[in-house]
Design a protein around this ligand. Structure first.
Ligand code: ZN
Length: 160
């Protein structure tokens, strides 16, 4: 995409060409949700295996399948990389941080656990890691739906 920083474009293309955690999990037991962005034709299916036996629950495994533009697919790949091994409050805190990077409303008050997770990585200069590469899409409002599709689908899967 023209207008994106070269380094960021490289990161996005790397995830697009070599998507992480690609595939499927048996569902159930894995929770699953399908997301669709009709504006662009992007499709994403998320399979997430949550270990409920520990408290707080932890994302044991995640797989992503689907097709679509480089922004939607690379965002899904980066998301899978970012949430695996995290606790659910950490995942929700990450969703919140990602959406606020894209200037999207996160007007729901964080729970104390999410607040703690946000504070815990406040000293991390790059709490979003590769996901920071997507901050350039703020300049392209129509692509924001591409960037957030995987995240909204993730929330849906966790609610299932
Ligand atoms: Zn798209």
């Amino acid at each position: 995409m023209p207008g994106l920083d070269d380094l960021y474009r490289e990161i996005i293309l790397d995830h697009y060409r070599s998507p992480r955690h690609r595939g499927e999990l048996e569902s159930p037991p894995a929770r699953m949700a399908e997301g669709h962005n009709p504006l662009c034709g992007d499709e994403i299916t998320i399979y997430i295996d949550v270990d409920d036996a520990v408290s707080p629950a932890v994302v044991r495994d995640i797989k992503v399948s689907g097709q679509g533009c480089s922004i939607s697919q690379s965002s899904a790949s980066m998301m899978s990389q970012a949430v695996i091994g995290k606790t659910l409050p950490e995942v929700t805190a990450l969703v919140r941080r990602f959406k606020s990077m894209l200037s999207l409303d996160t007007d729901i008050e964080p729970t104390p656990e999410e607040e703690a997770a946000l504070v815990a990585d406040a000293n991390n200069p790059h709490p979003l890691g590769d996901l920071e590469a997507l901050q350039g899409v703020v300049k392209f409002p129509v692509r924001i739906k591409c960037a957030t599709l995987a995240w909204n689908t993730l929330i849906q899967a966790l609610d299932n």
